[in-house]
Design a protein. Sequence first.
Length: 270
Amino acid sequence: MNRTDPVRLGPRAVVVLGLVSLVGVAAFCWPLLAAHGSAVAAHSADAPWLFAALLPLLVAVVIATIADNGMDPKAVAMLGMLAAAGAALRPLGAGTAGIEPMFFLMVLSGRVLGPGFGFTLGSLTMFASALLTGGVGPWLPFQMLAMGWVTTGAGLLPRPSLRGRRELAMLAVYGAVAAVAYGTVMNLQGWPYIGGLASDISYSPHISLAANLARFTTYCLTTSLGWDLPRAALTAALTFTLGPPVLAALRRATRRAVFSPTPTFTPPAR
């Protein structure tokens, strides 16, 4: 096992993560996937609550499956430390203009520690930060899943012989794109029932997909882009300035922890 990847995604974990991600895509995108005039579209007020109740169970299944694939006590200790650090970073910006410094730490941690550890870390960090800031609500399961995707994506970035400025540039670009994508998918979560305050940008089950897409684009431009772009800029800036020492510290801690199973030797039979 790679020493910088303490949690290997076995076949079962890959399947479970893939299935839960598909359900997550449906949870976020159901307003656009529902057929015009269908029964799903008719229950637009109920669907967000249904998915909010379902997603925590699915995320728990993924975390349990990944942990069952070999997350030893040292990996759990590092998970707790990084989740606590990420949860402490999130309130620093207090959500002002999208200033959320936790994003850069999640991206760097996912890069060093791999996609399996990354999904677990992103989900638990968002849960811990919600408890810390009092941000518990029906949106929390969606935030946990979206942040899990962000850190998993960082763990899936190309690894071989990519160090120094090239690696920082790749992580900065990914972090900026992921920060905007996170805001966009979270808009999908809130759009069906929050956007109803303004009829010209709200979701409507009675219009076509193209018309709803136009409304959603307007909704993003008018309500969240002013938060998403500063979040992306801050993530890229922190990656370039603090990335080298943070990456070095994470890699050094991972090497010293040696997450790989301890080999055992059996003497040959006489």
